[in-house]
Design a protein around this ligand. Structure first.
Ligand code: F6P
Length: 342
């Protein structure tokens, strides 16, 4: 027969074993992107298999401050792999931007005995993690989740491929009506600070011009390019504009262009349709790989950066480099836009 001491000792050992399991919290922050759910699922399931306890924080960084934290099990992340958006919901927290907010978040994470925080998002999220590291001793890892693809430290961000495919589908439809009427169309795609979506969509749909924030847009040269396209008997002219072009949005540029050409240019803004919908195969795989890799990094004692994939290799890049280093553009492809449009 077991004594009380034996039972107490076993309980102590059991509690200790539980305590030594790494407690990992995960959140999504900023603009949602298709494939975030694949990453959350991989973190949860791989983490649990490797003896971690996983906590989902709902509503981004604000969710830490509001203590919206719940333990996840393998079933919590069932049937989310194929869904767009983010199962954890997201947000942009003003409070967390302040020192006070970050100190409060650190205190809450300590009270909840969280050992590590994984955050999926864009450059704002990486800045948030870097800021938190000044007040919190726990481990921090970022995963690249943004449709904009504008993070240094990974060839592609989770969600970019789906957004490009969404835009592509819309542009192909616009091409049909442009061709039927022999019209000029300016199509605005997302990208407040970067033109990755515009470049990929523009090249893949045979656009006559691609206007992005990274390069100067010269309206007279653009008008000349359209005139030349007309002279070459091009029936329809598609111009892809990144929403953050330094000259203005597609409506502003469309008006300027119409005035110069003496012909009304049609404008179509694709908007949020690009950000939603079922993630592509590429984004599901990327989210899964990076989610699993993030857990492996944590358990292997590596943190303090963004997990990404460069040239097929999984890498960890220090937070600050992700926003301070410029992400290389495919200048060569950009240079071919004119020749490719015929
Ligand atoms: O960061 C992704 C992105 O979709 C940008 O391309 C866009 O400018 C921005 O988010 C819009 O986000 P929201 O309207 O949700 O603030």
């Amino acid at each position: 027969m077991r004594s009380h001491f034996d039972i107490d000792a076993q309980l102590f050992l059991f509690q200790n074993a539980l305590r030594s399991r790494m407690r990992v919290a995960v959140l999504t922050s900023g603009g949602d992107s298709p494939g975030m759910n694949a990453a959350i699922r991989a973190i949860t399931r791989v983490g649990i298999r490797r003896n971690c306890q996983i906590y989902g924080i709902f509503g981004g960084f604000q969710g830490i401050l509001d203590e919206q934290m719940h333990e996840l099990n393998s079933r919590s992340v069932s049937r989310i792999l194929h869904r767009g958006g983010t199962f954890l919901t997201t947000g942009r927290s003003e409070e967390f931007r302040t020192d006070e907010g970050q100190i409060k978040a650190a205190k809450i994470l300590d009270e909840r005995k969280i050992d590590a925080l994984l955050a999926i998002g864009g450059d704002g999220t990486m800045r948030g993690l870097a800021a938190l590291s000044k007040h919190w001793k726990g481990k921090l890892i970022g995963l690249p989740g943004t449709i904009d693809n504008d993070l240094y430290g990974t060839d592609y961000t989770i969600g970019f491929d789906t957004a490009v495919n969404n835009a592509l589908e819309a542009l192909d439809k616009i091409r049909d009506t442009a061709q039927a009427f022999q019209r000029i169309f300016l199509v605005e795609v997302m990208g407040r600070h970067s033109g990755f979506i515009a470049v990929h969509v523009g090249i893949a749909t045979g656009a006559s011009a691609i206007l992005i924030p990274e390069t100067p847009t010269k309206i007279d040269e653009l008008a000349q390019r359209v005139i030349e396209a007309r002279e070459k008997a091009k029936s329809s002219v598609l111009i892809v504009v990144a929403e953050g072009d330094e000259l203005g949005d597609a409506s502003v540029i469309g008006k300027e262009l119409s005035d110069r050409l003496g012909e009304k240019c049609r404008v179509s803004v694709l908007g949020y349709i690009q950000r939603g919908g079922s993630p592509s195969h590429f984004d599901r795989i990327l989210g899964t790989r990076l989610g699993a890799f993030a857990v492996e990094c944590l358990l292997g004692g590596r943190d303090g950066g963004l997990v990404g994939e460069i040239g097929g290799k999984l890498v960890l890049t220090p937070f600050e480099e992700t926003w301070s280093k410029p992400k290389p553009f495919d200048e060569w492809m950009m240079g071919l836009v004119d020749e490719l449009s015929g």
